[in-house]
Design a protein around this ligand. Structure first.
Ligand SMILES: Cc1cc2nc3c(=O)[nH]c(=O)nc-3n(C[C@H](O)[C@H](O)[C@H](O)COP(=O)(O)OP(=O)(O)OC[C@H]3O[C@@H](n4cnc5c(N)ncnc54)[C@H](O)[C@@H]3O)c2cc1C
Length: 383
């Protein structure tokens, strides 16, 4: 398979790389992590360079980017921080969901707002008692005239506390149906009366972070229902493969960021009168880190190819996410080892990579659930 990038894709990679180098400096990232603050300056730069427009069809004001444009972009952003990738991906991919599943009126209303920076998007599926078992969601929406009244409790919603955020909320609209026919997707502005947000104090990913959200008789107009009533499952599944390919691209980029940081340190740090990287044990660690990161990327580009051809890809995207997320956790652990005590110090950046990486095998589908998906695709009745 030929993954030769086109000239415009090389240009895209270069321009994302440049903006990340300029803004996402170690000092900037350290400050965001310390303050648990939203990366406003980077978000503004993404808006200015048209990055949110990139994956959308031209007829809606987008730039008509393809799956590989998305992969390249996410690898480059993820290299610096997975949380910065989440800043991009939440709004971009939930917007794409509206483009796929929404009405013409919804597209005309929401997409220009996403492109201009007037609306951000976050996803709320998980609940305290509904994690891997999404079908156990209890948050409800009940129709009253031309409105829906929402009650319930969501958790782990990435980026929900950002200004101008719109929560993409999955709520039960049929209390008795099976999961596939029980949920609907609603757009709920974060400042609607009855919405309360609480930032969760997490080990890593502390920049845009995740939020617990309480819905107490929150009213939204029927125009905020996306797709048909009780057909939320279809919306959820409609862009899952693309989202996983993008997320995996960011895991690969993030792992490469760790390899680069650890490699430089191994060259610079001297013990016993020579660089620590001249010891075979350290050199082989770095060789393994680079090899597995390249393998993760190859798996993901294979999955991206299938997605771009609209071919069934759930097994391939699951394998890629599984391998890349586990590689990221492993690579971050080895990066810490190479840094010695400095890795354990908050004055060096390896600890942030290590803390952020740990969520990779949990968020967006745990390793255990992914293995079950892959096993089922092999004809095994995995329970
Ligand atoms: C950083 C971060 C960001 C997130 N962002 C979002 C977001 O934006 N929106 C959102 O809705 N959610 C988000 N989540 C939630 C995420 O999707 C869930 O954490 C994930 O689905 C797992 O659910 P859980 O944490 O409740 O674990 P549980 O489902 O309780 O699982 C706990 C453990 O049991 C295992 N397990 C569970 N069921 C099975 C099974 N059938 N077979 C084998 N093993 C099983 C799991 O693999 C895991 O190891 C985020 C989570 C994190 C950590």
């Amino acid at each position: 398979m030929d993954y030769q990038l086109s000239e415009s894709q090389e240009l895209l990679r270069e321009s994302v790389r440049k903006v990340m180098q300029r803004i996402a400096t170690p000092e900037y990232l350290r400050q965001l992590d310390e303050d648990q603050a939203y990366p406003e300056r980077l978000y503004d730069a993404f808006i200015e360079m048209g990055l949110y427009r990139m994956p959308f069809p031209e007829e809606y004001g987008g730039l008509g980017g393809n799956v590989f444009d998305i992969v390249i972009t996410c690898e480059e952003i993820g290299r610096y921080s997975y949380d910065l990738f989440a800043t991009y991906s939440g709004t971009a991919f939930l917007g794409l969901g509206i483009c796929k599943n929404g009405s013409e009126d919804q597209k005309k209303y929401w997409l220009p707002r996403i492109f201009s920076g007037q609306a951000k998007m976050s996803l709320s599926m998980s609940e305290p008692d509904a994690g891997s078992d999404i079908g156990a969601m209890r948050t409800s929406a009940v129709r009253e005239g031309d409105e829906w009244i929402i009650n319930g409790h969501k958790i782990w919603s990435t980026g929900a506390g950002a200004t101008n955020n719109v929560i993409n909320l999955y709520a039960r609209t049929d209390p008795s149906a099976v999961a596939r026919n029980a949920f609907s997707l609603f757009l709920v502005e974060g400042d609607r009366p009855g919405v309360t947000l609480k930032k969760i104090n997490m080990l890593g990913r502390r920049c845009i972070g995740t939020y617990e959200i309480f819905f107490d008789n929150v009213r939204v107009p029927n125009s905020h229902l996306v797709g048909d009533v009780n057909k939320g499952w279809r919306c959820m599944m409609s862009s899952l493969e693309l989202e996983r390919v993008a997320g995996t691209a960011a895991y690969c980029g993030n792992a490469q960021g760790i390899v680069d940081l650890a490699l430089q340190y191994a060259k610079d740090r001297k013990q016993f009168g020579r660089s620590i990287g001249s010891n075979q044990s350290i050199a082989h660690m770095l060789a393994d880190m680079q090899t597995k990161t390249a393998a993760a990327k190859a798996l993901n580009w294979r999955a991206a190819q299938l997605v771009s051809e609209n071919r069934p890809a759930m097994r391939e995207v699951s394998m890629a996410k599984l391998f890349a997320s586990e590689n990221l956790v492993e690579t971050a652990g080895l990066g810490m080892q190479i840094f010695g005590a400095n890795g354990y110090s908050m004055d060096y950046d390896m600890q942030r990579y290590y803390r952020d990486a740990r969520s990779a095998t949990i968020a967006g589908g745990t390793s255990q659930i992914l293995r079950s998906t892959i096993a089922r695709s092999m004809g095994l009745a995995d329970r």
